[in-house]
Design a protein. Structure first.
Length: 290
């Protein structure tokens, strides 16, 4: 029986660890706020650990899902961290959306400890995590990925190795760049329809049957028209991700003018009090500044 240690029980990690428990794996969990880990054990079969060392020692797979690069260093490094306490031969899977640089750094550090490493950021949001329907973009060696894949399949809708360490994070950047432009375009389209006094619902019904169709249109146009922005990935998180994209773009000499502009539009949404609104709230900026 596979033993998995899951580090970080936020809105994504909590249900992802739950899927592993429901699949019959032996699951140990650790969270910075211990009450969250204890709550998890009331819903799922598993063990709440008081230290990272306790969670990862003897585990076949160690999974992390935390906030950013600095959080990853906090849980991976040091005498009390993952690298110093994971058992030799274990594979480390990181589901955090972070920089490609930190993924490459952790992969190198893992090899020095005879550990495998796969960077595996996810797309699909909280709903995808809860339903076990995440898209997972992975970077790492073929050998490490082969060990990690059967574990991730328990909460994946699509799962692919994109290349060596860091490739998963770079693919997630592509995803976020595409979403930023799509949401801004949809916001402008709906705002125009509103200002032109069209029946917006009817407009969406018509154009969603053609080339303008997108996941964002199908799943967010109705809530955008209703002014409801509590349905997923928060603006604060998107700005963090776009910052990573823009930094990587400078490194690889890629031009991202639309992404940079939309990032500033999200800053405007933050200043409007929308830090925790979902990413479709770009339309509120247009309504305010028309």
């Amino acid at each position: 029986m596979t033993t998995a240690a899951f580090i970080g029980l936020g809105v994504m990690g909590y249900p992802m660890a739950g899927h592993l428990a429901k699949a019959g794996l032996t699951v140990r969990v650790w969270n910075r706020t211990s009450a969250k880990a204890e709550q998890w054990t009331t819903e799922y079969s598993g063990t709440s650990c008081t230290t990272i060392a306790e969670a990862v020692n003897g585990a076949d797979i160690v999974l992390t899902c935390v906030g950013a690069d600095t959080d990853l260093k906090a849980v991976y490094e040091g005498d009390a961290g993952i690298l110093a306490n994971a058992s030799e031969g274990a594979v480390l899977i990181d589901h955090t959306t972070a920089s490609a640089g930190i993924a490459e750094y952790l992969a190198t550090a893992a090899r020095k400890h005879n550990l495998g490493f796969v960077d595996a950021p996810v797309s699909g949001g909280q709903q995808g995590a809860e339903n076990g329907k995440l898209t997972i973009m992975c970077g790492g060696s073929e050998q490490d990925y082969a060990k990690a894949e059967p574990v991730m399949e328990h909460y994946a809708r699509a799962l692919n190795r994109m290349g060596p360490a860091g490739s998963g994070q770079k693919t997630k950047m592509v995803n976020q760049i595409a979403i930023a432009g799509l949401v801004q375009g949809l916001s402008e389209a709906l705002h125009f329809a509103e200002q032109a006094e069209l029946d917006v619902a009817k407009v969406v019904d018509v154009i969603s049957k053609g080339a303008a169709q997108s996941w964002q249109m199908e799943n967010r146009s109705g809530t955008m028209m209703a002014g409801e922005f509590e349905h997923g990935f928060a603006v604060d998180w998107m700005r963090k991700d776009l910052g990573i994209c823009l930094e990587e773009a400078r490194k690889v000499n890629a031009s991202l003018p639309v992404t940079a502009l939309v990032d500033q539009f999200y800053a405007d949404v933050q200043s409007m009090g929308g830090k925790r609104w979902d990413t479709s709230s770009l339309i509120q900026r247009l309504r305010k500044f028309r």
